[in-house]
Design a protein around this ligand. Structure first.
Ligand SMILES: Cc1cc2nc3c(=O)[nH]c(=O)nc-3n(C[C@H](O)[C@H](O)[C@H](O)COP(=O)(O)O)c2cc1C
Length: 184
């Protein structure tokens, strides 16, 4: 058996769904960043963990205000997703530079990104510092999707595809699916 070691340990843990976090910052403006190190954690309470670099401006904004929207884009938004994940809100107002349209959330004061397909309205209930990142735990206060792209089981992949992040500028569409045999 011959082996190969991909350059980074996490490469084969991608592609993975991309999220876009909107946060409220100390200058009272909103900031937006992309994240693909995202996972559901518990069902009761419903929580999502996201690993955020402590150098990211978003980290400073989440320290300032403990609510955020986690916006789930589709492949149609990958150019914006890449852009807002490549520059820091510390240097530019990404909301105005990239023409991000924000809409009021239903339950929290931080708005959602209109062009996303699905949204989570969240509050931070904890975090854990590991290496260079802060692993945030967001409690889901509410979540909903646009009716034309999702159904009660999640994505309708015949209509759209979540933006699965590979490496760098590479994103993947969801491909075909298969169902496992029922267990005996
Ligand atoms: C698709 C994509 C996924 C990313 N995932 C993460 C992530 O999970 N965690 C992280 O800290 N940075 C991630 N980044 C990098 C941040 O989005 C980037 O550092 C951003 O500029 C931070 O913005 P801010 O300084 O305004 O918070 C990702 C970038 C892209 C394009």
């Amino acid at each position: 058996m011959e082996y190969i070691k991909p350059k980074k340990f996490y490469y084969v843990l991608h592609p993975r769904p991309t999220a876009v976090i909107v946060s409220k910052c100390p200058n009272m403006k909103y900031n937006i960043m992309s994240a693909s190190w995202v996972t559901p954690v518990s069902e009761e309470p419903p929580t999502i963990a996201i690993a955020i670099d402590r150098e990211a401006y978003t980290n400073q904004c989440l320290e300032f205000h403990r609510e955020a929207t986690i916006n789930i884009p589709t492949m149609e938004q990958i150019d914006v997703v890449y852009s807002v994940g490549s520059v820091s809100g510390r240097e530019v107002d990404k909301i105005s530079k990239y023409g991000i349209v924000l809409e009021n959330s239903n339950n929290i004061s931080v708005p959602r990104w209109r062009d996303a397909a699905c949204w989570y309205e969240t509050k931070i209930i904890g975090f854990h510092d590991i290496g260079e990142v802060r692993l945030y735990i967001f409690e889901v206060i509410d979540y909903y999707c646009k009716k034309d792209v999702a159904n009660e089981w999640g994505w309708d992949i015949y209509k759209t595809s979540p933006a699965l992040h590979g490496v760098g500028r590479t994103f993947y569409y969801v491909g075909k699916y298969a169902r496992a045999k029922s267990s005996t």
